[in-house]
Design a binder for this molecule. Structure first.
Ligand code: ZN
Ligand code: ZN
Length: 135
């Protein structure tokens, strides 16, 4: 919790217990969570927090480059604390998103493809995750 507060302070973010808790939830296990999922978790500790508040705080973190939003499909926009370029694996069964680190990913290395300058890169793989495969 101390580390979270320091991080928020360092980014010039006014700290409230709710804001710190949202960051902590997101940072735990490097989760990829939807607004609804974060809201469900924070409601247990802060019943007065609204879903709109959670969304505003997440937007703030994205603006401050402390989190990023991933849109793999339209019904599911997720947030995570990683802000570096990386790929994802999307499980069609459990709908979970996993980080995939490809080193070296040629597009990431060259920062260019077909004459286009790459500023951000996000690819994703689709299939069945290692947990669902075991079932
Ligand atoms: Zn799965
Ligand atoms: Zn990720």
């Amino acid at each position: 919790m101390k580390k979270t507060v320091q991080k928020l302070k360092g980014n010039g973010i006014k700290i409230t217990p709710q804001r710190a808790e949202i960051y902590r939830i997101l940072a735990a296990d490097n989760n990829h969570l939807t607004v609804e999922e974060i809201y469900a978790k924070i409601k247990k500790r802060f019943p007065a927090v609204s879903q709109a508040t959670v969304y505003c705080v997440l937007e703030l973190y994205c603006r401050k480059n402390m989190a990023s939003e991933i849109r793999i499909n339209f019904e599911r926009s997720c947030f995570e604390v990683r802000t570096d370029s990386h790929h994802h694996f999307y499980c069609k069964t459990c709908k979970r998103i996993f980080d995939i680190d490809l080193h070296p990913c040629p597009a990431l290395k060259n920062k260019e493809t077909g004459g286009h300058k790459i500023e951000k890169l996000h690819g994703y793989f689709y299939g069945q995750c290692c947990y669902c495969r075991k079932k």
